[in-house]
Design a protein around this ligand. Sequence first.
Ligand SMILES: Nc1ncnc2c1ncn2[C@@H]1O[C@H](COP(=O)(O)OP(=O)(O)OP(=O)(O)O)[C@@H](O)[C@H]1O
Ligand SMILES: [Zn+2]
Length: 868
Amino acid sequence: MLAAIVPSAARWTIEQPLLTYQVPVELEAALQPGQLVAAPYGERLVEGIVWALLDDSEGPVLDDEDEPEGVRAFELRPIHSLLDPEPVLLPHQRALAEWIAEYYVTPLALVAWMMLSPGLVRRSQFVLRLSNDLEPGETTDQASLRLRALLGLLQEEGAIEEKRLTKLLGPTQAQKLIREIRENPFIVREPSLSGPKVKPRMKRVVTLIARGEQLLEWREEREAKVRQALQQPASSLAPAGVSPWSKTGIAAGEALPKLDANTVAAQRQLAALDLLQQSINRNNPWTPYTLCQATGLTAGQLRSMEKEGIVKIEKIAIRRDPLLGQVIPLSSPLQLTDEQQAALNRILAAAARGEEGEVPTPILLHGITGSGKTEIYLQALASLVARGKRGIVLVPEIALTTQAVQRVAARFPGRIAIMHSELSTGERHEEWQRIRSGAVDIVIGSRSALFAPVPDLGIIIIDEEHEAAYKQSSTKPTYHAREAALRLGEILHIPVVLGSATPSVESFYRAEQGVYELVSLKGRIGATLPPVEIVDLRNELRAGHTSIISRRLQEELRTVLERKQQAILFLNRRGAASFVLCRDCGYVALCNRCDIPLTYHATEQILLCHYCGLQMNMLHFCPSCHSAGIRYFGLGTEKVQETIQRLFPEARLLRWDRDTARNRHAHAELLERFARRDADILIGTQMIAKGLDLPGVTLVGVVSADIALNVPDYSASERAFTLLTQVAGRAGRGSEPGTVIIQTFNPQHFCIETASRHDYHEFYAAEREVRRRFAYPPFRQFAKFTYAHRKRSRCQHEALRLQAQITEWIRLLNMNDTDIVGPAPAFPERVKEKYRWQMLLRGPDLHRLLRVIDAPDWEIDIDPLSAM
Ligand SMILES: Nc1ncnc2c1ncn2[C@@H]1O[C@H](COP(=O)(O)OP(=O)(O)OP(=O)(O)O)[C@@H](O)[C@H]1O
Ligand SMILES: [Zn+2]
């Protein structure tokens, strides 16, 4: 038997993704596709995934004229060992990996390893040990001192990792020694793999081991001791016959009987026993420390319980639970509205068609903000879970995962797994294992959760499908989770549900073309969409009102505060001032590693580059002309916070942006605080724009809509419209009606106009025509090529070289309607001290071309969401 294997070491080559190995007889019965094995690769041992099992006759042959046809003229190497009896990739995952590798022109091994838990990755290494043929006393006279020392070490330790030599001797000496080892018959140098990266998290815990009679006896003995001590008080005044546990009967001012140390110990041990018995099945076990803390038991007293065989102190593996410590109240299904019920029916009908062997058409669930899409997802999932299926739910960002995870966890307690990049390797690995073992029904997470090994997958739901976070853009493969999900739906014949209040132009166009089934929700649950008022900031200035918060917005904020409701203020830029300018000479403070103005952050009193994170001290004098005319201009969330606090000193503010929420716990905490109404006004960047469902919010203010507009990018209008509509959709979701105020210098801008009417269809129809006229996606395919280098001339040179190559291929392949825009410097041209040049390839279908282009040093984004 032979096996075709994808070796981890082939992650960097497109050619030859599969290598053929011999299957050793002892592995023949156990080996199956999808398993992780160790296999020789060059002189190393590497991990590999079994992709297919082949008959002996199906292996590769050499075209050698001297050999009879079909005979192999070389020996295939055998697989070394099986690393895990359970497959690490399910059949549908392998099929998806093949598609991603093909479509995004990425080595198959790279795609396959992206799908695995990082906890499975092992290092190739070499181990040295003494040869078995070595006779005692048979040393090598001609061996160097180094080698003899090593022989001694090996005799002591049996085997050592070759890497240790480098640590002990330094690289040069180690290299010399390794050369000697190779020629020495007494030392065997074997390739091997390091152990698994993730080890179980061990914790010392106290477990009750005594049972029945023994336990009863022990308890009674102690209880008797306590009773006795209380009945024979030191003070002879204690009345007889009074229950030892009651204080009544002891006259005021009288001291309680003073207990001796033994009795105290017995009392504490009894308390510990009670706690241990109460929590026999608790998944958060007692540790020696917590138990002693809770009962006053000393370490010695606990040890004596152990000696008496009552408890055992042992190390056990503890699950790394990403939800540990979160209390999530259960929720039950809501009575659906007619619209919701109709939508649910269509999803379930698609699932039923899939079960009959059809490929169900993916569903675009277009429901206005607050129309109850989440409830539909939950009920669709419940219905499929009841039929023995499982589901994947994708949410775009970690800020959002918090609320989404809570909603799903509340409905499927204990049956969900979470997958996103902010989990530790250990957490990810354990979640991955729970998923693979079938212990969970629903996987929820960011785009990579799509690659979880879910058995019996029955549905994929992508919430906020328009979000850019679903696209991986700078690392290979530059995949879009939506496209990959659609492919998975086809492979498994399961429904893919794409939900959004503002579908991407691409998706809505596909729905129009009949590629998706369109399901619409037109009404808000128990509420209406909030009216949107546009404030023309030019009029504010004309009226002499220069505050960044217009008079209308101030008025509405005052009303909200008076009524004890909540408001969200949105600004798509953090910091306090977006640039620092000298009024006298025009100097602008730029990052010296990037071509980007520095942003002033008032809290930390620094200037920060938002591209590379570089920090500089605040400026008081112009470094160029030394005048004191340095001024801080522009807006950021910090400035908004400061202004609001000045206007409304009594208001309780909360700022939610990347400066205040640096990790997922911070996101959860901010959300929690605002939901608990610990704050009146939430000020934030686009993190808060999406998906949040906070019924107390009645006012949403967009401080400046202009930042998102006027960006020279094919998708800029879509992004601006989506953002504004989504932010506006956060108001009036509860029982109180809401209001939205958008401040802008461009009140007549099409995006603002349509967003203010929540009119997706008008926006879409106009945007589609722009895209058609200028041949933008979805009417043309784009591929963006980026080259970065410290030298500008090198970028320019490489860009021209690639341009010539591509032009030639376009001519050779006769690809009409395909052309190159650029090359040109990217915007900004320099980031982290590297210049960047770009080129945009566009045409009806670029795949033939992408496969032949040879540009290993270029970053290639296939179907980029931004042409910039
Ligand atoms: N059938 C129902 N009966 C009562 N309340 C409901 C029902 N369906 C949903 N809701 C409530 O309506 C509110 C809005 O629902 P949800 O957050 O799911 O909307 P959405 O469509 O996902 O909105 P968005 O696109 O803005 O994220 C939630 O508080 C939800 O609990
Ligand atoms: Zn920078």
